[in-house]
Structure formats: structure tokens, C-alpha cells
Write a protein that binds this ligand. Structure first.
Ligand SMILES: [Zn+2]
Length: 1032
């Protein structure tokens, strides 16, 4: 098997012409180019790629989500009197000890590690100005919570005291600092005092700054250019438009001193401040337009009338009153909806409302479901719909008197009157052909071509399934799962297996005509695992043997999906295909693919074709799958280009998950793959789903972004939806909103449960509206904004040149911030960069998005990797995009083993590393353990059980289980980082100054990218200049 990475693969053929179909490019915006990448960087050598490719994927180790709370008594009571039900009155928060928080309360004392050195007196003008900026809340030490409602009580104008003001003169006016001051400003990180109580004792070596000083030779084994990767001040050479900052051209002149990174807004500080202010507390959703804690803050959510932020997060919790205002701010109005989000065990699961044959109560006109936004009038006989204002009669069975406040006296006894989220039992009207659905089925489809057999992958899968099938998802009250299972293997042809329980041996039926796949057997194909256990076990034992002598290396792919879909259709079941596939499907069949990867297309107008599928086959297949409730999960094991943009398309459109294991090796990669498979198999999810988002008058949903399929402009079709999938919905005004009634949103998701019940899951949220721009800015949520911008950009690249998409992002960022400065800030000098408090880290996150491999075409980055990332992000919720674009970097050399706390993260910059330190970095997809060259031998011994740095093997993908507190603590942290993440992160061990470190450095997102992306500092200056131009 080839050990080479994609980089070393043979040149790929030209892409197919005429793929199109995604709309015409928008070329209205043209700024300069993104800057040339640092061409002197030499890519990782082929041959080292196996252990160093950081793009693993996979599944969490956490417990399965709690099942829906049953609430099916015909009396509809859920009040305190119902035995076994959680009382549905919200009085008093649970005791603080009951948080189940995975993050401890933030304590400033636990802050690592690198005291901020004051800038030297010889600071250049720019740095002086930066350091003198009005940092009301960025200095060291605790800061007011940016998102806490209490901080929003200030008068609208002048600006709230929390806003960020920075004195940043436009780049060209900055005199370059003297060349002798290179790095002079750089904060010298110093190791914290030895704080590892009970941990690895011993001295900590001195802590030289990683940054190479000029004139010093680079460290051994290091590429000489590495010094360029650190943050560098582009200074007067920055010219935007015309060039994206950070390109190597700007580094060719005399080196300039760096700005003090501590003086620009820190994502870590924002995260930690919110944790300190709101972590571990109860957050009750009782107020319209309330800004929830950040997605990085652990708290207990209590539903008191609006959907939990676990289900819905918004880009702003106060919509501008008019469309003119919305256009002026350019703030996207969007909600990120994760309808099946996991809730922790200490939060109440969704109640189930059952109105029997009557079904849910809905507004006659707009069809909105009964919810807290309906206003009861006329003594309770009628209600006014909060969405369309229509007056409806209350059905007699639902009648109830009103109290002196005009509220129904059963308000707190009915989830649909008092909660933001709940479920309805659907009637037959909501079922296909008005028949109750069958329980779903899972079909396992294994590529048994030569390579998969030889690598041992087929045997691994079969062995795992034998135990995993016992863990199929089931309703909480059920003893076994209702899900049926079926098995198919394939190479150039398809093999179906009859595993009927009455058979002594499984039977195989071969389908050789793959041009029009039919299902050769119905009876005995989809079976109950319990009943057919012995036949299935027999089959799984036999499959590896059956194909042991295969020479077949060609595979089909589209007919595999087709076969699975047809089988589900014939059995009248929704379901999920688990396809385990390895190669580009080149066998003669529908969906046959050519190798069309072409690096020459990078940075041209045709680059977008690399993200589009080849031909129409896969789109048509996706449409059919969605129509039949067939979700396609794809586990890819590629050794070279497999055209993820094509083979992954059906997965994306059907709400499936794509997993990818480059150059899969049984030894190192099995744990990651098996963990992914286990988590995916056990996921609670909904099948055959349709989502509809309704809004109150004056605005409506106009755009839906996610792993979804749209047949029309309003119904979001999802063959399946699981806990990790989120749909980002953009709203536009079509009239003036009303400040009194606010902006109301109701998301209704019709789906089939794992046991075959048809249900409607409802999430309601109310937002405020205001004629004051400051109100809009004050309630923005940057994490949700980045989720929207990422999905929006990743969709746009299908139809527009990447450069245009990047320019739009920069332009929109500048517009949003310029509008704030112009309208909400007190008169300031032109040189001040003023950021609204809620958006102070928007520039750094935006820069991370701009630098993502999806938006930056580079020959070193495999096309499949870019398509893979694109597809993952399209389905992500806010927590996942936050971590993906700004990874967590944890100093672990100073772990307090006596505390349960995960150490506070540090900013993703090389400056935060230290030679004597060890750092863990995770972004939800990749995880690195970086070891400084002078990390203490005690720490090495404690973690790896070897005597020295040189003895550490970087081939390992996990840490040994050792019986010492330090090792145990680190393992615990790894588990915490992994929990609730859709993909299992493979651990990559990186030693300072060894080649694989380059991979790790890509994740130090505040620094200039090795692929040419700007550093945070440079980007901030660039944005400041843009804003100044917009306002001049
Ligand atoms: Zn209505």
C-alpha cells in the first residue's frame, strides 16, 4: 500500500467541463488578491505523510443522548402531581453543585502562564498607539461579561462603556520601526512557576522564546524560513486593497517589531470572562431577546418559554426594525438551529404532547403550532396567532379559563403553552400515504475490493459489527431496538445477503447488472438483529473469508447507494446506509468518476468546479434518497484522490456524516474509526424529516444552509437529522417589524423516531426589535455570526471565484464595523478602531475563516481535504464552528492534578508556546500534543514512560495508560475535549523542531499562515483601513 500522501500522487486529469448548474458568478466585488503564499516554504516530504496527515475524523466517547421524556398521559398533565415526571415549574435554580459542568468555573489564578511584559520604552509609534488604546476591558484580570444582560442597561448613546477602542493609524502612515528592534516588543513568554502540585516534580527549564532572534541560526532540523511564520508586523508595506496582508513580499524588507498581541482583543479572554460570569449557573430562557451565555460556557439551561440556546442560537437577539436599518448594518440576521442537539442529563428532556386523533393545535391561517406566543382572548375561547395575527377558535377539548392576568390557568401544565421546545405526537395526516411508518433500517455496505481485504479493514468492520449491533438506538422504555439491519458487500458488483432467522447459513445473491440496480430479495434482507443474531454472526465471520482471494480492485459507488435506497423503499422504511468505501469508483457503472483533480485550477475562476460534483448522477441520486428517507453515511479510507466533492454529495444532502481516514492503517487508525462508527451507530436521530421555519409578520426565512435538501423555498428536507447537525437560516425583512411584538420564530420538525413513531418537534424563540442600531450590535453573537459566514461562504464557492468570496467576507466585516463606528460610537478620531463589545473578536475569527483551507487554494492542500472540510462545516452547529476555526490550545505542563479543572486555554499563537512546555491543541477534527524541546524529563516520563525527549515516538496515536496522576489527568482532559464532538480526533504527537511541526503550526491561527493567510494583527490593521475608507 502506498505510504505517500496526496501531495505525492500522480498528476490528475483535467476536470470535466460544463459541470455548472450553480448559478452565475458574482464578480461585482473586486479587491486585491490574497497575497502570494510564502513560496519558500517547502511542503512536507512525501513519505512522511502517513503519521502526519492531521485530517482524521471521528466519534465521541460520551454517553448517548437521553431519550425524549415521555409525556403521553391522555390527561396532558405535566404538573407536579404527575408521578415520575419532572415538575414543570421553574422555581429556583438547582443547587450550584449540580452543574455537571465539564468546564470548571474560571479562576484567574489558573490562568497560565505568560505574564505580559510591558512594552519597552523604545516602542515604535504604532505599537505605542496600540498599547494606548482604550482597553476598558482587555487588560489582564477579570472583565465584565460581554454578553450578560446586566451589561446592556446602559443608555443607547453614547456608546456603551464596554466597546473596544483602538488607536490604529492606517498602515501607510506607520513609520517602520528601526530594524534593530526586531522582536523587541515581543512579549517574552516565561514559564509559570512550577505549579504541578502532586504532579511531576522537578525543575522547569528556562524558557527561551521560540521566536528566532535575528542573526541567530535556526534550531537544528528546522527549516530556516520558520521564523517567518510568526506574527510579523506588515507595517507600512501593507497595501490593501491590492494585496492581502501577510504575504511574503511584506516580509522581504527590514524586519519590523511586532505589536504586542496582548493589546488586541483576545478570544481566550472573551471565552474566559463569560465562563467566569455565567459558567455553572442556571440560564432561564424566560425573556424575549435575551442573549445566552457563549457556546463555550457551560451552564444549566432552563426552558421557560424560549428554546434553549442548545437548539437555537442567533446572530443577533434584536433585529433592526426596518429593512433599511438591516441593510445599513449589514449584520446577517440568522438563526443556527440544531433541532436534535444533545442536552446534558441535568437538563429536562423534551416533553411529549399527545392530542390523540385530533393532532396538534395549529393556526388556521399560517399553520403555526400552539406555543407560548399564542395570545388567549375572549375568556379563553379564542386565541390570536403570534405569527400571523389570525384569530382562531380554541377547540373545545382544549378550552381553559384565564386567570386575572389573562393567562390560562393550566399555563404551567401544558408544555405547548409554557415551553420553548416540546414534541407533538403526529397523527396519520403527517405520515406518508397516511400510514404509520415502519421503524427505520440500517444497511451496512462494505467495499470488499482487494485493498480493503488485504489491509484487514473488512475483517475489522465485520468483527466490530458483531458487538456493535447490540447497541442500535432504541426508545428508552424499550428493551431492544426496533431498527432492522441488512448487509451488502460490493466491488464491481453487488452482493446481497439473506440473513433470515430461519436459515442455518446466510445466503448471498449477486447483482451484476449495476446499470439499473434491483433488489434481489425482500424477505430476509432487512431483519431484526435479535432474531437473526446467529445468522448475522455467521455472515460477519464469513465475509472476510469469502473475498480473501479477491483480485478485484475496481469499485462502483452510485449503484451502491441506489441499491440501499431501493431496498429501503421496497421495505417502506426510512433508514441509514453505512457505506465503507476506499477508492475512486472507476468501474463501468452509473456515477463512474474520472480523476479530475487539477492543481492548475487553483486561484482561477474554475477553481469552483473542484467543489462541484462530476456530472448529474449524484445530485439526482441525492434527490431520490431524500424523497425516500434514505440517509447515507460514508466512511472513506482513501489512499489518493477519491473525489469527495462527488462521492460525498449524497451524504451531505441526506443529513449523513462523512468520515475520512487518509492512508488508513489498521494499527494506528482503528481506534479512531471504531470510535466514530460506535458513536454514529448509537446516535439518537430523526428520520424522514421535514423542517419548516415560520416567522411573525414583517420578516421571513430566505436562505437555508446545512446538510439539507430543498425541493421548494420553504421546506427543508432531511432524510435524517442527528444531534450534531445544524441548519443555519437567514432572515430578511419584508416589512417593518414591531417593537412591541418582537420577531418570533417557530421551527417545526416532522420526523420518524428510531422506533417508528411520527412526531413533530417544535422550537420557539422570540427576539426583540429596535429602531436603535446600538441595540442590534449590543445583542450580537460572534460565534453564530461566524457559523453563518462560514456556511454562506462555503456555499458561495460553488458558484463564485474564491477570491470574490473572500473579498465579500472582508468587505462585509468592514461594513458591519464601520456602521457601528459611524452610528453607535462617540465621535472619535479617524485613527481609532472601535469595535462593539459583542464583536470584538469578530476580526480574529473572520481571519481564521479566510485562512481556512477551503477558501485558500494551495497545491499542498489536497482537493479532497478541502471538499471534506467544506462538507463538514456546512452541517456544523455553533459550538463546532467556534472550535474548528479557533482551536483550543491548552498548556498542560502546568496541570493542577488535584483539580478537576481543564486548564484555561491560551491564544493560538507561536508566542504562547515555550520550549519547556507541552501543549494540547484540538479543533474538533485534529488533536496535537506539542512538546517543547526542553520539556522536563519528569513530564516525559510521566506521560510516555520513556526517559527523554528523544525516546518519544511520534508514531503513537494515543498515550499509554500510566498509573500516575499527571497521566490520568491528561487522559481525562482528552476525554473532555472529545466528548460531544461528532468526529473522533486522532492524537498526533509533535516534537518541537521536527518536520511534522509544520502541520501543527497551521492551527496557530493568530499567526501568519504558512499558506499565506494574514496574521491576526495584520488582518486587524487591514480591516481598520477598510473601515476608515468606508467612512471617509
Ligand atoms: Zn397564524
Amino acid at each position: 500500500m502506498s505510504q505517500q500522501g496526496y501531495v505525492a500522487a500522480p498528476p490528475y486529469s483535467q476536470s470535466q467541463p460544463g459541470i455548472g448548474g450553480f448559478g452565475s458568478p458574482n464578480s461585482s466585488l473586486h479587491y486585491g488578491h490574497y497575497g502570494d503564499p510564502n513560496s519558500s516554504y517547502s511542503a512536507p516530504q512525501p513519505g512522511v505523510s502517513k503519521s502526519t496527515v492531521p485530517f482524521g475524523s471521528s466519534a465521541p466517547v460520551g454517553p448517548p443522548p437521553p431519550g425524549a421524556h415521555q409525556f403521553s398521559q391522555p390527561s396532558f398533565q405535566n404538573g407536579p402531581g404527575t408521578p415520575g415526571q419532572q415538575p414543570h415549574r421553574f422555581q429556583g435554580p438547582p443547587p450550584p453543585g449540580n452543574t455537571g459542568a465539564s468546564y470548571p468555573p474560571y479562576s484567574p489564578q489558573s490562568q497560565p502562564a505568560f505574564p505580559n511584559a510591558a512594552p519597552a520604552s523604545s516602542t515604535a509609534q504604532l505599537a505605542d498607539q496600540l498599547n494606548s488604546m482604550q482597553i476598558n476591558n482587555y487588560g489582564p484580570g477579570p472583565t465584565p461579561s460581554p454578553g450578560h444582560p446586566a451589561s446592556f442597561q446602559s443608555p443607547r448613546l453614547p456608546p456603551p462603556p464596554t466597546q473596544q477602542q483602538m488607536v490604529l493609524p492606517p498602515g501607510p502612515q506607520v513609520p517602520p520601526p528601526p530594524p534593530t528592534s526586531v522582536n523587541g516588543l515581543c512579549t517574552q513568554p516565561s514559564l509559570p512557576p512550577v505549579a504541578r502540585q502532586g504532579g511531576i516534580p522537578g525543575p522547569v527549564p528556562p524558557n527561551p522564546n521560540l521566536q528566532q532572534l535575528p542573526g541567530q541560526p535556526p534550531g537544528p532540523g528546522y527549516h530556516p524560513q520558520q521564523a517567518n511564520y510568526g506574527p510579523q508586523m506588515a507595517g507600512s508595506q501593507l497595501s490593501y486593497p491590492g494585496a492581502f496582508p501577510g504575504g511574503p513580499a511584506q516580509l522581504s524588507g527590514p524586519q519590523q517589531k511586532k505589536l504586542d498581541p496582548n493589546s488586541i482583543p483576545s478570544p481566550i479572554q472573551v471565552i474566559e470572562s463569560d465562563k467566569a460570569a455565567r459558567g455553572g449557573q442556571v440560564y432561564a430562557t424566560n425573556t424575549r431577546g435575551q442573549v445566552p451565555p457563549l457556546v463555550t460556557t457551560d451552564c444549566i439551561i432552563q426552558d421557560q418559554g424560549h428554546a434553549s440556546p442548545r437548539y437555537i442560537r442567533c446572530t443577533t437577539y434584536c433585529f433592526p426594525l426596518t429593512s433599511d436599518m438591516a441593510k445599513q448594518t449589514r449584520i446577517p440576521l440568522a438563526a443556527v438551529i440544531q433541532p436534535f442537539a444533545n442536552v446534558p442529563p441535568n437538563e429536562t428532556p423534551l416533553y411529549l404532547v399527545n392530542h390523540g386523533e385530533t393532532g396538534p393545535i395549529r393556526c388556521n391561517r399560517c399553520k403555526a403550532y400552539m406555543c407560548p406566543f399564542m395570545q388567549f382572548i375572549e375568556g379563553g375561547r379564542r386565541y390570536q396567532c403570534g405569527f400571523c395575527n389570525c384569530i382562531n377558535d380554541v377547540p373545545s377539548f382544549f378550552f381553559q379559563h384565564l386567570d386575572h392576568m389573562g393567562r390560562r390557568i393550566d399555563h404551567y401544565e401544558r408544555p405547548e403553552l409554557s415551553l420553548g421546545s416540546y414534541e407533538y405526537v403526529a397523527t396519520l395526516d403527517y405520515c406518508r400515504d397516511k400510514k404509520p411508518p415502519n421503524p427505520p433500517a440500517y444497511i451496512f455496505m462494505i467495499d470488499v475490493s482487494y485493498r480493503n481485504i488485504k489491509s484487514g479493514l473488512v475483517k475489522l468492520i465485520c468483527d466490530e459489527l458483531k458487538t456493535l449491533l447490540d447497541k442500535l438506538p432504541r426508545e428508552e422504555q424499550e428493551e431492544s431496538s426496533a431498527i432492522r439491519v441488512g448487509f451488502v458487500t460490493y466491488n464491481k458488483v453487488l452482493h446481497f445477503f439473506n440473513v433470515k432467522s430461519s436459515l442455518a447459513q446466510p445466503q448471498m445473491m449477486v447483482v451484476t447488472d449495476v446499470s439499473e440496480v434491483f433488489v434481489p430479495l425482500l424477505d430476509g434482507f432487512l431483519v431484526d438483529f435479535e432474531e437473526s443474531r446467529s445468522v448475522i454472526t455467521n455472515l460477519l465471520d464469513q465475509i472476510p473469508e469469502l473475498f480473501a482471494d479477491t483480485n478485484e480492485s475496481e469499485t462502483i459507488f452510485a449503484p451502491v447507494i441506489q441499491a440501499g435506497m431501493e431496498a429501503l423503499k421496497a421495505a417502506e422504511r426510512a433508514g441509514k446506509l453505512f457505506i465503507f468505501h476506499s477508492s475512486l469508483p472507476t468501474a463501468e457503472a452509473p456515477g463512474k468518476l474520472k480523476n479530475r483533480d487539477d492543481k492548475k485550477l487553483l486561484n482561477t475562476d474554475k477553481e469552483k468546479t473542484l467543489f462541484q460534483p462530476q456530472g448529474n448522477c449524484y445530485e439526482a441520486l441525492a434527490r431520490d434518497c431524500v424523497a425516500n428517507g434514505c440517509c447515507v453515511n460514508l466512511f472513506l479510507f482513501p489512499n489518493q484522490y477519491v473525489d469527495v466533492a462527488s462521492v460525498g454529495l449524497v451524504t451531505m444532502y441526506t443529513g449523513g456524516t462523512l468520515y475520512k481516514y487518509n492512508n488508513f492503517q489498521l494499527d494506528g487508525d482503528s481506534p479512531q474509526f471504531l470510535s466514530d462508527l460506535r458513536r454514529d451507530m448509537e446516535k439518537k436521530m430523526g428520520f424522514d424529516a421535514t423542517m419548516r421555519v415560520r416567522t411573525s409578520t414583517g420578516f421571513r426565512a430566505t436562505e437555508f444552509l446545512g446538510a439539507i435538501y430543498m425541493n421548494n423555498t420553504t421546506d427543508v428536507e432531511m432524510a435524517a437529522v442527528d444531534c450534531d447537525k445544524a441548519v443555519t437560516v437567514e432572515f430578511k425583512h419584508d416589512d417593518k417589524l414591531n417593537e412591541d411584538t418582537g420577531a418570533l420564530i417557530q421551527c417545526a420538525l416532522l420526523y420518524t423516531t428510531v422506533s417508528g413513531q411520527r412526531r413533530i418537534r417544535i422550537h420557539n424563540i422570540g427576539l426583540n426589535c429596535s429602531a436603535q442600531l446600538a441595540d442590534v450590535y449590543r445583542t450580537c453573537e460572534t460565534d453564530a455570526l461566524i457559523n453563518f459566514f462560514a456556511k454562506s461562504a462555503f456555499k458561495a464557492i460553488l458558484s463564485q471565484p474564491l477570491k470574490t468570496v473572500r473579498d465579500i467576507l472582508v468587505n462585509q466585516t468592514a461594513h458591519m464595523l464601520a456602521c457601528y463606528k459611524k452610528n453607535c460610537a462617540s465621535p472619535a478620531t479617524v485613527s481609532q478602531l472601535i469595535l462593539p463589545d459583542t464583536m470584538k473578536v469578530l476580526p480574529v475569527y473572520m481571519n481564521c475563516l479566510l485562512k481556512s483551507c477551503v477558501l485558500v487554494g494551495r497545491a499542498e492542500i489536497p482537493t479532497d481535504e478541502r471538499a471534506f472540510h467544506r462538507q463538514l462545516v456546512m452541517a456544523m452547529g455553533v459550538a463546532d464552528t467556534q472550535l474548528f476555526f479557533y482551536p483550543r490550545l491548552l498548556p498542560i505542563h502546568s496541570l493542577d492534578v488535584k483539580s478537576d479543572a481543564v486548564p484555561a486555554a491560551v491564544r493560538c499563537s507561536e508566542e504562547r508556546l515555550s520550549e519547556g512546555g507541552a501543549f494540547l491543541l484540538a479543533n474538533g477534527l485534529s488533536m496535537f500534543l506539542w512538546l517543547g524541546a526542553s520539556v522536563s524529563p519528569e513530564l516525559i516520563q510521566g506521560l510516555f514512560n520513556v526517559p527523554s525527549f528523544a525516546h518519544i515516538s511520534t508514531d503513537a496515536t494515543s498515550l499509554p495508560d500510566l498509573d500516575n496522576p499527571f497521566s490520568k489527568k491528561l487522559k481525562h482532559i482528552l476525554e473532555q475535549l472529545q466528548s460531544q464532538k461528532p468526529h473522533t480526533m486522532k492524537l498526533i504527537i509533535v516534537k518541537q523542531r521536527e518536520q511534522p511541526e509544520m502541520l501543527f503550526r497551521q492551527f496557530l491561527v493568530e499567526d501568519k499562515s504558512i499558506y499565506g493567510g494574514a496574521s491576526y494583527v495584520d488582518f486587524l490593521i487591514c480591516i481598520h483601513k477598510e473601515i476608515s475608507q468606508l467612512l471617509s
